[in-house]
Design a protein around this ligand. Structure first.
Ligand code: AHM
Ligand code: MG
Length: 340
């Protein structure tokens, strides 16, 4: 008999029924995110054909070049969520300040943080990219516009987070903190169907993912750890790991989640805070990895326990198998403590 086909909408309804007090607002918000993901997926697949490639000439708040598809994804997400009525404010990697909706959205219970299109340098070379989202319940008074403090909550207080990967298939992976579930888009019916229920970090960590081009700028601890996983140096692993690095966090993360691996974007001696953004990239992916049985650290502490201070702050990121991430912490502690 064929495996049961469960659409993401049915799955969300089934989950909601577990909470008799649920108002349906979260489910409705998820449906808006899913709609947006499908629209972005459609654009991504035709990016090579449409006049959507190339630079807009603008730069985002981090001074990086913005490509057209980034702008499209940002506009689409923020437009759809803004008018959904479920969100009292949003924040996006592509916008300096938080984004408010019309007055009627003040009743929205949630705030959403977005990296609308991550790994954008990979768009025009046909390599997988993704969207990342994170949802908090507001802490400010309902009925009023959302505030900065609604966003500046530690990652452990997220109520849901996930990503969409635009790869050989488009997949949605999300968690509400219990169980990580993956849904693959069937383009013939335009619906995400449950394909990867209860994803778990594999027991064995076989892959390390890091941009080794920055080796010369790494701290001694980082250098020593990577030597180890390559089977070099005094504490070389007997069976070295494979190195895999796409340069799209979502794609590197997704492969590692399925295969077993550690994703690293460390700080460097000159830039100890690294590149990735706590609120848009590190927190949502940390929430997913921990719900799948893994661990996420900034090298010193659990990422989900960091009290954010600003919307766009950066953090070093180490995500993957628990023992391996703890091992990185040990290396950094042992070799870099003096530098700190
Ligand atoms: P982006 O938000 O501008 O797309 O940058 C984030 C991306 C991540 O997807 C990826 O892990 C990282 O940047 C790659 O950076 P690097 O090229 O420095 O290795
Ligand atoms: Mg990004």
């Amino acid at each position: 008999m064929a495996k049961e086909l469960i659409s993401v909408h049915r799955f969300i309804n089934m989950e909601a029924r577990k909470y008799p007090q649920a108002t349906g607002e979260f489910s409705a918000l998820m449906r808006e995110i899913i709609l947006t993901a499908k629209l972005i997926s459609r654009e991504v697949t035709k990016a090579g054909l449409a006049d959507i490639l190339g630079m807009t000439g603008d730069s985002n708040v981090h001074g990086e070049e913005v490509k057209k598809l980034d702008e499209y994804s940002h506009n689409l997400f923020t437009h759809i969520l803004k008018y959904s009525g479920h969100v009292c404010a949003m924040a996006s990697e592509e916008a300096e300040d938080l984004l408010l909706g019309p007055t009627y959205t003040n009743s929205g219970k949630y705030v959403v943080l977005l990296d609308p299109l991550d790994g954008s340098s990979n768009i025009d070379v046909n390599v997988s990219i993704g969207s990342i989202f994170a949802i908090y319940k507001r802490v400010s008074e309902e009925g009023k516009p959302g505030e900065r403090r609604d966003f500046l909550q530690p990652g452990r207080d997220l109520i849901a987070a996930g990503y969409v990967i635009y790869g050989s298939s488009t997949m949605l992976v999300y968690t509400t903190g219990q169980g990580v579930h993956g849904f693959t888009l069937d383009p013939s019916i335009g619906t995400f169907v449950l394909s990867h229920p209860n994803m778990q970090v594999p027991d064995v960590c076989k892959i390390y993912s890091v941009n080794e081009g920055y080796y010369a700028n790494w701290t001694e601890g980082m250098k020593a750890y990577v030597q180890r996983v390559k089977g070099l140096g005094p504490d070389a692993m007997e069976k070295p790991m494979s190195g895999r690095y796409i340069g799209s966090m979502v794609a590197d993360f997704h492969r590692n989640l399925l295969r077993g691996g550690i994703f690293m974007y460390p700080g460097t001696v000159k830039k100890p805070e690294g590149k990735l953004r706590l609120m848009y990239e590190a927190n949502p992916m940390s929430f997913v990895i921990e719900a799948a049985g893994g661990y996420a650290s900034n090298g010193k502490q659990r990422i989900l326990d960091i009290q954010p201070e600003s919307l766009h702050q950066r953090t070093p990121v180490f995500l993957g198998n628990r023992e391996e991430v703890l091992m990185v912490e040990e290396y950094l502690q042992k070799y870099d403590a003096v530098e700190a």
